[in-house]
Design a binder for this molecule. Structure first.
Ligand code: MG
Ligand code: MG
Length: 257
């Protein structure tokens, strides 16, 4: 069941998205060699609670932390820990919160200190995949247009699109219908409508898309241990360009289409 949101509900999601954006901007500043993901997690929880919101990941199906912190070949759902981050690693931070009953979900990948050109390209192409997909997320298009946009750009760059995990509808619940795969066929799948709110989140590996789950039953890792990047925003579908709820004030330009 897909719940479309009315303008008042989208305003509440906009408020949640704005706060999440502010939290993530602060976390980005913390990513330097020597910091631990547990430090970053503590800061995230502090900022979220200080602003009257709830960290939505903490306790979700037993997940222990406010952020998912996934390093290098870890795709998503890594546990924050006490290991100091090292120069050249890729860190993916995923975070969600609930403000006044409405959810927001966003993720980014960043280099720790200075990373290789290969890592920087992977991060850039993953973000480009998101923007191409977001541009396709408008009333009248179909779900497959989103997936195809991600898949085409990633595969043209020789990367693998993680298939075992996807984006999702979001609203009062973190995970609502529909699932939003990062692969697909243009013109296929359900039709997008104004008022749908979805999280689009390409997860792109340098190598093959196959993954396994570690013994902690959460951390998703690439089978070939190739480095993976993740980029996510919560968006609202409109008749034109979508609104990026976790990037307040953002306006599409030709360059982003
Ligand atoms: Mg997320
Ligand atoms: Mg998500």
């Amino acid at each position: 069941m897909i719940y479309t949101k009315n303008p008042a509900q989208i305003q509440l999601m906009r408020d949640a998205g704005k706060l999440l954006h502010e939290v993530l901007e602060r976390l980005k500043e913390m990513i330097v060699p020597g910091v631990t993901t547990l430090d970053i997690d503590a800061e995230a929880e502090k900022l979220i609670r200080k602003n009257g919101a709830i960290p939505s990941f903490k306790g979700y199906n037993g997940f222990p932390s406010t952020i998912c912190a996934s390093v290098d070949d870890q795709v998503v759902h890594g546990f924050p820990n006490k290991k100091p981050l090292k120069e050249g690693q890729l860190l993916s931070v995923d975070c969600g919160l609930i403000l006044n009953g409405w959810q927001s979900d966003s993720a980014f990948s960043a280099p720790v200190g200075k990373a290789s050109e290969e890592v920087m390209k992977l991060i850039r192409v993953t973000e480009e995949c998101f923007w191409l997909a977001a541009s396709a997320a408008r009333e009248g298009n179909r779900l497959g247009d989103i997936g195809w946009a991600v898949q085409k750009h990633a595969e043209e760059n020789g990367y693998g699109v993680i298939r075992d995990l996807c984006g999702h509808g979001i609203g009062v619940e973190m995970h609502e219908d529909p699932s939003v795969p990062n692969y697909g066929k243009p013109g296929r799948g359900i039709r997008l409508r104004e008022g749908m709110t979805i999280a689009i989140e390409p997860m792109i590996a340098m190598g093959h898309w196959g993954v396994y789950i570690e013994d902690d039953e959460w951390t998703v890792v690439t089978n070939d241990h190739s480095v993976c990047s993740h980029y996510e925003h919560t968006i609202a579908v409109t008749k034109g360009d979508p609104e990026i709820l976790t990037l307040p004030g953002f306006q599409f330009t030709e360059a982003k289409r």
